[in-house]
Structure formats: structure tokens, C-alpha cells
Design a protein around this ligand. Structure first.
Ligand SMILES: CC(C)(COP(=O)(O)OP(=O)(O)OC[C@H]1O[C@@H](n2cnc3c(N)ncnc32)[C@H](O)[C@@H]1OP(=O)(O)O)[C@@H](O)C(=O)NCCC(=O)NCCS
Length: 234
């Protein structure tokens, strides 16, 4: 138990450059408080004191803003930074050395029964506001970008960003340029571009007509020459 507490505190120092002293970490890091409360709730849950476990988890949620279902299985040295708004579902499993920022949901889609929450591998970073929904696995050493919505299995050593989440890096190499959704054509912008091109062409045409009209007029100022353009006059 004491070993766990020590490694939890160590995880804060390893992940948060703002952490100054042991005293500050123990008394002011709500992520740490939520994890400790969860250990109590999870022990009660395993001994089938379900309601008591829920009460502990809800009191912890009230105090920290972090809701971890007592049934969730959490590995060593989880670091929840800032914490507010984090939700971790009942059948969620989290490996070792995972970092979770505020506003992360490890939840279900509402369509599955039984195991319905994700399994997070070790050494994963889940950015603020990210939602990981469903009973799939996020592999080891993955980065989930902030505000991503991940709905599918993620292989080891991948970076996932966007909504819906897509893999942009794997084993340190960029992937998926072909499916780079940020580069999809925007029809409205395309239309404005083609209108701008049309305007530029027309403007050039009008200028050249204006110039040729001036050139024709110059030899005899007394006799202005009218040049018809498309049936009209300039
Ligand atoms: C995803 C993250 C972990 C970086 O992982 P990484 O493997 O180092 O990935 P990179 O920084 O090389 O980014 C890869 C690509 O994804 C893009 N990207 C990164 N994070 C993104 C995000 N959250 N949303 C959309 N695109 C993102 C990058 O711009 C880059 O695109 P490019 O290749 O076209 O330039 C990081 O961007 C992130 O979101 N961290 C969370 C931090 C956080 O929540 N902080 C809260 C502090 S309070």
C-alpha cells in the first residue's frame, strides 16, 4: 500500500514540471486523491460492497471532479493532471504509467453490454477533452491528441488525433496522408476561388479594352471612336 502511494507521488513529479514539494503534491493534487479514493472503492467493489463502493466514488467525484467507477481496473502510476471532468467507466482497464488530462472520457458508446469501455495500454497519454468510446484496446505507448474522439482499436506506438480519431503517426513515422481529412477539398472555398479567378479574368479584359479604347482615341482628339463591346459601348 505504502509502495503504491509512493509510486503515485513519484508519477506526479515525473509528469508535472509544476510539482514543487511532496507536501504540495499530497495535499493539492486532486488526481492523486481520486486515485487513492478509487483504490478504496475498488477494494469494496471486489468484496461485493457495491453500494458502499459507489458512495466512496461519488464522494470522491464531489471532492475532485473526477468520476472513476469502482469497477474500473487501474494500473500503477496513473497520473491524472488537473482532473476536472474526467470520467472512467466500469469495465475500463488502464495499464501502467498512463497520463490523463482534464475532460477525458473513457466510456461506452451506449450500444454494448458487458465489457463496454476501453482497455488502455501502458505508457499512453490521453490529451485534454479526448473521448475514447467502446470496448476496444488502445495499444501501448500511444498518444491520443486533445479533443480527439477515438472509436476504434489503436495499435501500439500510434498517435491518434481528430474526430473521428485517425492515426497520424505510427512507430514515429507519419501515416495516412492519403486519408488526411484536414486536407479534404472545401467546396465553398473552391467556389470562391473560381469566382475570384473569373473576376480577375474579366477585370483584365476590361482593362485591355479600356487601354485599346484610349489608344484608338489618341490620334484624333476631335473624333472620339466608339468601340462596341458585346453589342454595347464602353
Ligand atoms: C497528440 C500529442 C500527445 C502529440 O503526440 P505526438 O506523437 O508527439 O504527435 P505530433 O506532435 O508529432 O503531431 C502529429 C500530428 O498531429 C497533429 N496534432 C497533434 N495534436 C493534435 C490535436 N490535439 N488535434 C489535432 N491535430 C493534432 C499535429 O499538428 C501533427 O500534424 P502534422 O503532422 O500535419 O504536422 C499532443 O499534440 C497532445 O494533444 N497532447 C495533449 C496535451 C494536453 O492535453 N495538454 C493539456 C495540458 S493542461
Amino acid at each position: 500500500m505504502l509502495r503504491h502511494i509512493k509510486s503515485d507521488i513519484r508519477a506526479v513529479f515525473d509528469n508535472d514540471p509544476a510539482a514543487r514539494s511532496m507536501f504540495e503534491v499530497v495535499f493539492t493534487y486532486s488526481g492523486l486523491h481520486a486515485i487513492w479514493a478509487h483504490r478504496v472503492a475498488h477494494t469494496l467493489f471486489k468484496r461485493k460492497f457495491y453500494t458502499l463502493a459507489r458512495i466512496v466514488s461519488q464522494v470522491s467525484r464531489f471532492m475532485t471532479g473526477i468520476e472513476i467507477h469502482p469497477g474500473a481496473r487501474i494500473g500503477n502510476r496513473l497520473f491524472i493532471d488537473h482532473g476536472m471532468g474526467v470520467v472512467i467507466g466500469e469495465t475500463c482497464e488502464i495499464g501502467d504509467d498512463v497520463v490523463i488530462y482534464q475532460g477525458v472520457t473513457l466510456g461506452g458508446t451506449g450500444k454494448e453490454k458487458g465489457k463496454r469501455h476501453p482497455t488502455i495500454g501502458s505508457n499512453v497519454v490521453i490529451g485534454s477533452g479526448a473521448k475514447v468510446l467502446g470496448s476496444f484496446r488502445v495499444g501501448e505507448n500511444c498518444n491520443i491528441g486533445s479533443n480527439s474522439v477515438v472509436l476504434r482499436e489503436v495499435p501500439d506506438n500510434s498517435t491518434v488525433v481528430g474526430n473521428p480519431g485517425r492515426i497520424v503517426k505510427r512507430n514515429g513515422q507519419r501515416v495516412g496522408d492519403r486519408l488526411d481529412h484536414t486536407q479534404l477539398p472545401d467546396p465553398v472555398i473552391e467556389m470562391f476561388r473560381s469566382m475570384q479567378n473569373e473576376i480577375n479574368t474579366l477585370r483584365a479584359e476590361v482593362n485591355s479594352l479600356r487601354e485599346s479604347s484610349v489608344a484608338v482615341r489618341e490620334p484624333s482628339e476631335q473624333q472620339p471612336v466608339k468601340i462596341p463591346v458585346g453589342g454595347g459601348e464602353l
